[in-house]
Design a protein around this ligand. Sequence first.
Ligand SMILES: NC(=O)c1ccc[n+]([C@@H]2O[C@H](COP(=O)([O-])OP(=O)(O)OC[C@H]3O[C@@H](n4cnc5c(N)ncnc54)[C@H](OP(=O)(O)O)[C@@H]3O)[C@@H](O)[C@H]2O)c1
Length: 429
Amino acid sequence: MAVNNEIGIGLLGLGGIGNQVAEHLLQHLDAVSSHLDRPLSLRRVLVRDTALPRAVTLADGVLTDDFNDILNDPDIQFVVEVMGGEDPAADYLKRLLDKGKSVITANKEVMAKHGPSLMEAADRSGAQLRFEASVGGGIPIIGPLQNDLLANDITSIRAIINGTTNYILTKMAQEGLDFGVALAQAQALGYAEPDPTNDIEGIDAAYKIAILGSLAFHTAVAPEQVYTEGITGMAAEDFEFAHELGYEIKLLAIAERTDAGVQARVHPVLLHQESMLAKVEGAFNAIEVCGDLVGPVVFHGQGAGAAPTTSAIIGDLVAAARRDGKSTTSRPWSKLPMKPMADLETQYYLRVSIADQSGVLSKIASVFGENNISIASLTQKDGDNQLGTAQLVITTHPAKEAAMQTALQGIKNLSVLHKVHNLLRVEPI
Ligand SMILES: NC(=O)c1ccc[n+]([C@@H]2O[C@H](COP(=O)([O-])OP(=O)(O)OC[C@H]3O[C@@H](n4cnc5c(N)ncnc54)[C@H](OP(=O)(O)O)[C@@H]3O)[C@@H](O)[C@H]2O)c1
């Protein structure tokens, strides 16, 4: 039986994050309780396999492999979800919220795909749903969007929100490594998973920008509405040439609100070396939010790891128990149109190999001209003597994405083209 007035906690998952959350709750129980003037108790912990050895020592009977032990325990009012994955986590969270139990989750996939419906479920039952740890690990960003910045009309979010890819890109930039070598190093050091697909293909960042865009613009941005390009096409030469032009290369997640609607995208960009985001190195994350009142604000810190993520989870848990600030939303969701990628207007960087012969430059220039794209700079670089090719690095003035894609196709059709190495967007400072 629960002690009178006790706050009962259930934990779903006891892996990398769950272990640290459980350990923190057990070792710092008095300190956490002191924020609440009420005792806390970790009552049940759900895992797949109760027979596995665990890094944290739990009292007898706390570990279970039956979700109903948590769902149906009347003395558990708060549930921390750190299982990961969509299924069965999304269903579990819905059932907990429907039952009036408040939920704290670190699950970006569930929040990106089911966030709006889970928020509605929480609003209906009066339970709280908090998900600070789902984006940016230990960096406070969900709370600021829901509370501190709520007076603002947010116009844009630009973020480095995947530490694995930022680590790889930093290594490529600083050590001239090729993508495969930098990825292997990141895997050896534990920065990248054995299957790195979600990180290097931009999927993880797309989940996170879907969550941030939905909150910032108060409209449901689904992960499949986020244009997503990863970093697997990056080569050492792109960093060398970008540096010569005064840029760094970063995987940015961007959500913008314009008169034409909301646009959300994840792709590598050239960022001016003077920009704050360009200076974010290694596995660190940074999120820049632009509001009409506050202007640009940047949140920077450790975007993953058990300790930073536990920091966000315990903060959410205490805030939920205090009912501090906004946990979900009482404002109705709008349905803003999504602006198609074809309507993006930006500058571009293009690196191609062409036949090293006279008249080639004018052929390339006329393809740009036919598509009303103005070339900002064109530099010829060494190519392959044996193949008789040269490399061209071209930057453009702002142009429509649709026009740039048509021009790219036109360039691919030229008989003098040897290879298109990379087309990157250039992000304004
Ligand atoms: N790692 C980070 O730095 C980080 C940062 C921010 C957010 N997150 C998020 O935090 C969450 C947890 O990540 P993690 O790295 O701790 O994961 P993890 O190490 O894979 O641990 C998952 C835990 O959940 C349990 N579990 C999984 N499926 C289950 C099921 N169907 N029924 C019962 N238990 C189940 C597992 O049980 P067993 O132990 O029995 O297998 C395990 O204890 C994910 O959503 C992740 O995206 C992670």
